[in-house]
Design a protein around this ligand. Structure first.
Ligand code: NAD
Length: 376
């Protein structure tokens, strides 16, 4: 199998791309080799599953692509052919619940539009499967609670698709903060934005399907950055919204800025947008600074510090590292690097940001238990 040749179109996503099946690869699953690997079923075969998760699953050590769940019948045969998936491991949205009878599937990875995260995560838990849920965790905090309660009740593990916690640049930032390499963080700035011009009918710009605009899409990365970049949950947030292309962003937020206070006295600022291209994290500390730029794309990431050093690590697929980390959590009780509480905490911050905007930028208090939502 030559993974690098995998560049054909499997997605019928928001761009309405045609399906093709002439993909020069065959990811033969060596059943012997995979005996100790956990089987993952991807739910939703759009861009992220097609171009990131499925290819990454060809290289994972502790899990493998065992099945798929799709609402598009044409994709069933294509994925079956290209990944040598047995027919019984291919589901649609209606027969999905029968996955509970399939021992080949250990983990269900929900990669659907945000409005479908809670439904499929809860159904996966009820089927007795461990769950990875993509970001943002759900449409609101209530749904996050429902997902967590279902996983707790069924005794299955829950992880967020927060790939950065498994990659070395983010881990290095966390180390700087933990070891106070540059002293205490005083100010942290994080921007996560891309300029959107594609189909205005796409689900990301439809609030009923996305739950929000830039904030719930890229903004979640910026929120994450200010938290792991200070090592603290914020105690307050104030936010502002800007709209310069209302004819395109009819239903969802275009650009949002927000300022955070932290118990230590650190101050944070984020900008997120579907109308600009920025992707960075900068922390000013009392003995220097560090930055990542880019900070949260698929990599390779890049970083610098006030000591004149480049932060540099060999590049590996972040998705491969993330899915292996979650499998290790299940198999070997390794830490859950992105637990459900982390997804819920971020959704609580998202809700506080929208509340602040609705209140003309008024500061909203946030009251988390110390360390709530951090990796254990
Ligand atoms: P996409 O539009 O490419 O794919 C969405 C999939 O959902 C498609 O296969 C589509 O057929 C299916 N679908 C089912 N019902 C739908 C409906 N009503 N409207 C539209 N599509 C419908 O999206 P994507 O980029 O693959 O994103 C999927 C999820 O993954 C989102 O939650 C997104 O936030 C998340 N994501 C995470 C990352 C990451 O880096 N962690 C990156 C990209 C996407």
């Amino acid at each position: 199998m030559n993974r690098r040749k995998f560049n054909a179109t499997l997605a019928l996503g928001s761009s309405g791309i045609a399906l093709t099946s002439n993909i020069p690869m065959a990811c033969a699953i060596d059943t012997k080799q995979n005996k100790k690997k956990l089987g993952i079923a991807l739910v939703g075969l759009g861009q992220y599953s097609t171009y990131q998760l499925a290819p990454a699953l060809q290289d994972t050590e502790h899990c493998y692509l065992a099945g798929v769940v799709t609402g598009t019948p044409e994709k069933e045969q294509i994925w079956a052919d290209n990944y040598k998936l047995p027919k019984e491991n291919i589901y649609n949205y209606d027969n999905f619940d029968t996955i509970k009878n399939n021992d080949a599937i250990d983990i269900v990875y929900v990669v659907l539009p945000n409005s479908m995260h809670a439904d499929f995560s809860i159904r996966a838990a009820r089927a007795g499967k461990h769950v990875i849920c993509e970001k943002p965790m759900a449409m609101n905090v209530e749904e996050c609670d429902a997902i967590m309660a279902a996983c707790m009740k069924e005794g299955v593990k829950l992880g967020m698709g927060y790939r950065l916690h498994s990659e070395p640049y983010t881990q290095e930032v966390k180390r700087f903060v933990r070891e106070k390499t540059f002293g205490n963080v005083k100010y942290i700035s994080a921007d996560a934005a891309y300029h959107s011009t594609s189909d205005p009918g796409q689900w990301r710009l439809n609030k009923a399907l996305s739950g929000g605009g830039a904030l719930v899409n890229m903004g979640v990365y910026a929120i994450q950055s200010v938290i792991y970049g200070t090592g603290e949950n914020p105690i307050s947030v104030s936010a502002q919204e800007y709209s310069t292309r209302p004819e395109y962003f009819k239903d969802t937020d275009e650009t949002i800025t927000a300022q955070f206070e932290f118990e230590s006295g650190a101050v944070g600022n984020i900008m997120t947008s579907h109308n600009a291209n920025v992707n960075k994290l900068y922390a000013s500390c009392d003995q220097g600074w560090f930055e990542l730029n880019p900070a949260n794309n698929y990599g390779p990431l890049k970083g610098r510090t006030s000591e004149g050093t480049q932060i540099s690590f060999p590049h590996e697929s972040q998705q491969k590292l993330q899915m292996d980390d979650f499998a290790k959590h299940i198999l070997f009780d390794a830490p859950n690097l992105a637990p459900g509480e982390m997804g819920k905490r971020d959704m609580m911050i998202v809700e506080a940001i929208y509340k602040s905007i609705a209140a003309g930028g008024r500061k909203q208090a946030l009251d988390f238990e110390p360390g709530y939502g951090f990796s254990k």
